[in-house]
Write a protein that binds this ligand. Sequence first.
Ligand code: ADP
Length: 537
Amino acid sequence: MTFSTLRSVSPLHIEYLGNMGVRATVAISLVQNNPGQNNLAKTNHLWGMVVCHHTTPRTLSFERRTICEFLGQSIAMELATKEANENIDYKLSLKQMQSRFVTALTQSSSLSEGLTQNPDDLLALTGSTGVAFCDGDDITLIGQTPPANEVSHLVAWLSKQFDQSKVYHTAALSKVYTPALNFEERTSGLLAISISQAQRLCVVWFRPEVLQTVNWAGNPNSAKTVHSGDKAGAETEIMSPRRSFALWQQTVERRSQPWKPCEIEAAQELQTAVIGLVLRHADELAQLNAELAHSNTELDAFAYIASHDLKEPLRGIYNYSSFLIEDYGDALDQDGIDKLNTLMRLTQRMENLINSLLRYSRLGRAALVIDTVDIHELVNNVIEMVKMSKSETVDFQVSPTLPAARVDRTQVAELFTNLITNGIKYNNKDPKQITIGHLSAQAAQEKGILPAGSEHLINSEVYFVQDNGIGIREKHLDLVFRIFKRLHPPKRFGGGTGAGLTISKKIVERHQGTIWLQSTYGEGSTFYFTLTGPKAE
Ligand code: ADP
């Protein structure tokens, strides 16, 4: 009894066979075994059947039945090999396309460029007619796709459909996503890969609807028949197999060609390659940032130590030159004394330069002491200090509405001091005028003052220091922020080390702000700056 099995036969099936005039039947099922690759679960599914009918009753011997079973198993096994070898050329071309993509991606500057520079390949990779590359709100459409606004809604819906494999596909989109009814002619099939859920990065391929005609042996929907009269005489509805086996044609709508496993696999492999590249770029970027931060700290430390240690021998040179003049002045002629005086002046200048460098390096090292500072009051204090050190009369205009800001008080005072003293120093007008004011970045943008690429500052407050001084030529506008860069000979306009604006820039940047200027040569300059980062407002 080892091989005995008992199976009851459905009375509906017997009725169905009877309707066909069949008195004996044998069915060999072809069960296909799916080994469960690529995140697909291991499954057995009924691929098809070999069915033999006879018009007279017959029995099959045990041997024949065993042979039939063996045949069924052999055919099922053969099926897997047949399917694997099917379209071998197509699969090979998909593989070649994949490797072309990986090469293009590694060589291009951005993901979008790498993916979309060869649109035909991107379409052919999955045998699609349209594709959308979505990077947040940026959507690039290629070929036959739904309109951009529909794609954007579709992508929002898709983000909820991605399972762990982050691949989603369907050949009948409107069945799962009803808004697709609006554009289903162009898009009945959809295959999507998610690259980053957080950054809303994904690629979505589309296939159009393909009307298919299916031939049936009889209308399968006519299986339901009404039988009247139970014992109580009531009419009941029961299932009964169809009686007619005439050819019945069905038109299948709202479906695309199904996605072949090798096409889904190609999309999945592209996804793995892209994710790998994105992660590698992120890693490289993080490493570069860490190295940059490290070398910046080292540079600051180096500048500090070097300038600090340089001061000592410099002091020695200065002191020995002054001793020489004092003790051996009589033994030297005027030329010798002049040379020693020049040496002392040069060491003095070098000390000033070193002090500027020290100040600059300290700025990078010191922690910011952030406080809510009344900028109006701070500017007035700076003006008082400046007035004390300068004898000339200056016409100061300070906007009474200068808003308070969360900043480091000492550093921002130094910033205003640098800009105001420069406005007075590089000024040959009478009277000298300095205006300190503010405006919103929005207003600055409307007036065309906001520099290109600063749209991220749109919520910030823009402060400005304006003078009616000598102005700066257009070609020198970028140079003024370079350390030790002066546009004039050392003695003109009261001298200076050329570090004031470099220090000012560093102060602004430490507050996550931006500094820029507008100037008309001979008429005056305006230095604009923000004191907060884009989101801090
Ligand atoms: P310093 O004033 O010590 O020379 P800065 O870094 O403050 O150094 O300025 C660099 C150069 O930029 C100055 O030498 C000067 O030529 C120019 N400059 C700065 N501010 C102004 C201004 N308000 N008007 C005209 N030129 C200026």
